[in-house]
Every structure is written in structure tokens, then in C-alpha cells.
Design a protein around this ligand. Structure first.
Ligand SMILES: NC(=O)c1ccc[n+]([C@@H]2O[C@H](COP(=O)([O-])OP(=O)(O)OC[C@H]3O[C@@H](n4cnc5c(N)ncnc54)[C@H](OP(=O)(O)O)[C@@H]3O)[C@@H](O)[C@H]2O)c1
Length: 332
């Protein structure tokens, strides 16, 4: 490729744990790929809730820390015989994505097909792959199962509902407002409950909907606030999937809590589930396939500029519970 690679690039970094104001835009040396790495020129990146966990120190990072979890861009350079051609449009979950160029391991890059909009391609990264692995592995859904997804109007939530419906699953979503409930219904959920209603009334509704049994699986990215309710709405032999901490991490608990209903609890992360090259290839190609066959809509809440102020605002917005779908940042 003949792209002139600059010596320095702009990137959003943080130097200490703190609020959204600790994000700074600065000039850094262009990262240089090692033996099993590629260089990508970033076009679009997206905000993920996990950015807050890194920024606040809930998940430890090394400083200076370059923000960002996933991106769409152009493959600039790669090792000899790499199966993806230089110049290809690609997506990655390599991280350090709030930057004009990023370096990704060779096994964390997939070609973005021409018929998928690059903006949608960002949602195929952390949020899309998470929705898919939750449904395929954390609890492997079967046609006709009942599942409950919390924060159903969010980035992961809207994609999760659509894939779950594509797989023939019955979906109950929870959200915090009427407008989000409407959107979740439009995206295919069979029932939507307001998390602002009392827990007692929501438990009763879920049991009524599921013939008194409860759901086969609950997928909970909210964490602390909804932890106890999960044990009331899950059926015998069901699975509680705790995959996030939007309200804070769930409390420690005794395995004895699982015995009355013979429950399973799992706490997955994307990078532990989709880890090997084979897993990456399988998940990315299945997600692309489902995206096309299922006509998945990757809703965008807003496009933000590549400035420290806009990144801080995007992080405030996603924590402020007013957003739905994906928050994008246009880099190039
Ligand atoms: N383990 C993994 O592999 C993995 C991968 C990706 C994402 N995640 C997790 O999945 C969850 C969703 O991620 P996302 O990026 O798609 O974010 P998101 O769902 O777009 O935004 C978070 C949502 O959480 C809900 N929420 C509930 N209580 C909250 C509180 N106290 N403060 C803020 N928000 C609260 C809000 O929806 P309502 O207002 O409707 O409740 C909010 O819109 C997060 O917990 C994230 O960490 C996990």
C-alpha cells in the first residue's frame, strides 16, 4: 500500500483514574506493529460501557492508557502471507481504538464485507460479538426458550434481542423508560418491563408470562441493582449470566444460594470466550452471516467528534442512561 504513515498520531488517553474529564487528546508516536501484529488506520470507533470501568479504575489499566475497545478501519500493513489483503476494510476488538492508527494482533482482525456500512461494522465488534456469544455459549439458547435481557435498549441489548429472535427465542427485556420500551418492542422483544416499576410487580409479571416457571436464562449487564431479582425470576436448572456492572459489581455470594433451584451462574468476558483464532473466525463469520440473513439493524444513538470534550460527553451520556444503541466516534 502506498499510504504515507505519519510519525505521530492523535489519540485519546488517560493518565489517572477519574471522571470523564480525565480523557485528553494528545499527539503520540504512531504505534509500530510487531511480529504477529498489523497496523490499521482507524475510520470509526465506538463507545462501550467498559470504557467507564477502565477509566474509573474498576478494571485496572497501565497508564498512559489509550481509550477504546473496537474499531473499523483500513488494513495498512500486515506480516507476509497474512490472509487479509492490505487496503481491506476491517473491524477489530484489539483496543487502543480512540486513535488515528492502532496496532492489532493478527488474530483479532476480520474483513468487513462491502455490503455492511462501516458505521455498523463497529457494532459487530465488542457489542455484536458479546450478544452472540451470550446466546451461543453462556447459556446456549434453544428455540422456544424464554430469556430475559436487562438494559435491553442499550448497545448490546438491541443487538441481543434481534439475534435472539432470529434464533427463535422468546425475549423479555427490561429498560428504564417508556421510550426505550417502545424501541425494544420495535426491535422484536415479546415483552418489555420497566425497571422503574417495583421488583415485586416485575417478578410477578415474568412468572405470569412464563407459566409460573421463570426464564431459562437471565442475561444481566446491570449487576448490583438486579442481582437478587435474578434468583426470583430464573426457573429450576436455569442459568444466570452476569456480564456487566453498569450499576456496580454484583455482591459475593455462597454457592449454597444456587442449590434450591439447581442453578448455574456464569461470568464471561468477550476476550475469555472468543480467544483463539478459530473462535474469532467462527464468531465473526457467524455474526456477519446473521447480520445479513437476520437483517440486523445496528441503531446509532449519536456520532461524536474525535475530541476530548466529545469523548467525555459520550461517556457521560452512556452512564447517564439516556442513550440507546451505539455511540460512535468518527476518527477519519
Ligand atoms: N462481559 C462482556 O463480555 C461484555 C461485553 C460488552 C459489554 N458488557 C457489559 O454489557 C453491559 C452493556 O454494555 P453496553 O456497552 O451495551 O452499554 P449500554 O447497554 O448501551 O448502556 C448501559 C445501560 O445500562 C443500564 N443501567 C442500569 N443501571 C444503570 C446505572 N446505575 N448506571 C448506568 N446505566 C445503568 C442503562 O439502561 P436502562 O436505563 O434502560 O436500565 C444503560 O443504558 C455493560 O454492563 C457492559 O459492561 C460486557
Amino acid at each position: 500500500m502506498s499510504t504515507q504513515i505519519p510519525k505521530t498520531i492523535k489519540a485519546i488517553q488517560v493518565d489517572k483514574a477519574g471522571g470523564p474529564e480525565v480523557n485528553v487528546l494528545r499527539e503520540i508516536p504512531t504505534p509500530s506493529p510487531g511480529e504477529n501484529e498489523v497496523l490499521i488506520k482507524v475510520q470509526w470507533t465506538g463507545v462501550n460501557y467498559i470504557d467507564n470501568y477502565f477509566r474509573t479504575g474498576l478494571y485496572p489499566v497501565t497508564y498512559p492508557y489509550t481509550v477504546g475497545s473496537d474499531a473499523v478501519g483500513t488494513l495498512i500493513s500486515a506480516p507476509k502471507d497474512y490472509p487479509i489483503k492490505e487496503g481491506s476494510k476491517v473491524f477489530t476488538t484489539a483496543g487502543k481504538a480512540f486513535a488515528e492508527y492502532l496496532v492489532a494482533p493478527t488474530d483479532r482482525v476480520a474483513v468487513l464485507p462491502d455490503d455492511i456500512d462501516p458505521k455498523d461494522g463497529v457494532s459487530l465488534g465488542v457489542q455484536g460479538l458479546t450478544a452472540l456469544y451470550l446466546l451461543k455459549e453462556s447459556y446456549q439458547v434453544k428455540k422456544g426458550d424464554w430469556v430475559l435481557i436487562r438494559a435491553a435498549a442499550g448497545g448490546v441489548g438491541l443487538i441481543f434481542i434481534q439475534i435472539a429472535k432470529y434464533l427463535g427465542v422468546n425475549v423479555i427485556g427490561t429498560v428504564s423508560s417508556e421510550s426505550k420500551a417502545e424501541l425494544v418492542k420495535k426491535n422484536g422483544a415479546d415483552h418489555v418491563l420497566l425497571s422503574t416499576d417495583s421488583s415485586e410487580s416485575n417478578i410477578k409479571k415474568i412468572l405470569d408470562i412464563t407459566g409460573g416457571e421463570g426464564v431459562h436464562a437471565v442475561y444481566d449487564g446491570v449487576g448490583k441493582d438486579t442481582w437478587d431479582e435474578n434468583f426470583e425470576i430464573i426457573r429450576r436448572k436455569g442459568t444466570i449470566v452476569t456480564f456487566g456492572n453498569a450499576s456496580g459489581p454484583p455482591p459475593a455470594f455462597s454457592p449454597l444460594k444456587l442449590s434450591a433451584k439447581a442453578l448455574k451462574v456464569t461470568r464471561p468476558t468477550l476476550h475469555a470466550v472468543v480467544k483463539t483464532q478459530e473462535e474469532w473466525d467462527e464468531y465473526t463469520s457467524e455474526l456477519i452471516d446473521i447480520s445479513k440473513k437476520g437483517n440486523i439493524n445496528y441503531a446509532v444513538h449519536k456520532v461524536y467528534d474525535f475530541t476530548a470534550e466529545d469523548v467525555a460527553q459520550a461517556q457521560r451520556d452512556i452512564s447517564g442512561r439516556g442513550t440507546t444503541g451505539k455511540l460512535l466516534i468518527k476518527i477519519d
